[in-house]
Write a protein that binds this ligand. Structure first.
Ligand SMILES: Nc1ncnc2c1ncn2[C@@H]1O[C@H](COP(=O)(O)OP(=O)(O)O)[C@@H](O)[C@H]1O
Ligand SMILES: [Mg+2]
Length: 277
């Protein structure tokens, strides 16, 4: 079947947007030094969907903070469109953090305009942009509601809108759907894929959930437990057209990818060790 994307993501044809080169990171605290990341190399190409999986505490969020320029690596560097990212230059990328909560006293449209206000856009323009995003994804009727009156899934959709409305074409998403129940999660995955397709965004996405990674990603980086290193890079491409995450789960290759990633995560060996104690 013909691929509809302009260039095949992950094939080496599309240009590199984000390049992480030999990045290591240690934190010094009064308890001592923790090494969070060791010699990470990663590339995300234009319009590619890259997932990062790895056990809790392996440095995934730290890696995103470094990519976003919020944190400086101890060694190594990050290039965005070939230009080194300097710490302190946040805002070149959209970033949906692990706990990206809505502001309870702001309406839905005002929650979406927050990021645009931070970008110092005129308020009328920010509102217009926010409304166009809400309309595009069928949330317009909630524009004057408050977050408390919406379901968890709806609130997460609004948080997604807020990130996308800021307009950056590279988006970092740190476990955005982890608190949602399964059907809501699938619905949000489908929404995200549609947005990424329509808006031609390049996405880096952290998840715990191997099924989620395999059903939405073009490729998956598997990190080892802390200090995080790249244990495996797996090309998936079950969903290059950014269609239903359910259809991808029905693909005959789905389980092969799932098992391969599962075997790379050190969950089973850890459980055995627990039992042996
Ligand atoms: N600001 C910090 N100061 C000290 N240690 C930190 C800091 N941020 C993260 N860490 C440590 O770095 C490791 C990786 O954390 P994190 O990136 O949050 O992992 P993950 O997102 O994969 O769960 C953990 O051991 C964590 O305790
Ligand atoms: Mg994290």
């Amino acid at each position: 079947m013909q691929n509809t994307l302009p260039k095949m993501p992950g094939t080496g044809e599309a240009r590199a947007r984000v390049e992480v080169k030999s990045v290591s990171k240690s934190f010094s605290t009064k308890e001592g030094t923790t090494q969070a990341l060791r010699m990470i190399d990663l590339v995300a190409r234009d319009q590619e969907f890259t997932c990062i999986v790895g056990p809790s505490g392996c440095g995934k969020s730290t890696l995103f903070n470094i990519i976003a320029g919020l944190l400086e690596p101890t060694s190594g560097r990050v290039l965005v469109d070939g230009v080194p990212v300097e710490a302190g230059i946040a805002g070149r990328m959209g970033y949906m953090q692990q706990k990206d909560l809505l502001i309870p006293w702001r309406t839905i449209v005002q929650n979406v305009t927050v990021g645009l206000e931070i970008q110092r856009r005129p308020i009328a323009e920010a509102r217009e942009t926010a409304l166009s995003y809400l309309k595009l994804f069928g949330l317009e009727k909630y524009r004057d509601s408050y977050p408390a009156s919406l379901s968890g899934g709806m609130r997460q959709r609004v948080a997604l809108m807020r990130t996308l409305a800021m307009g950056q074409d590279i988006i970092l998403m740190d476990e955005p759907f982890q608190s949602l129940d399964y059907p809501t999660r699938i619905a949000l995955e489908a929404d995200l894929l549609e947005m990424v397709r329509e808006l031609k965004r390049t996405v880096l996405f952290i998840t715990h959930d191997i099924e989620e990674a395999v059903s939405i990603a073009d490729k998956v980086y598997v990190l080892s437990k802390g200090p995080g290193t790249v244990r495996d890079l797996r090309t998936i491409r079950l969903n290059m057209k950014r269609e239903s995450p359910i259809d991808a789960r029905k693909n005959p290759d789905f389980h092969m990818h799932y098992a391969a990633i599962w075997n790379q995560l050190e969950v089973v060996t850890d459980l055995k060790k627990e039992h042996a104690k």
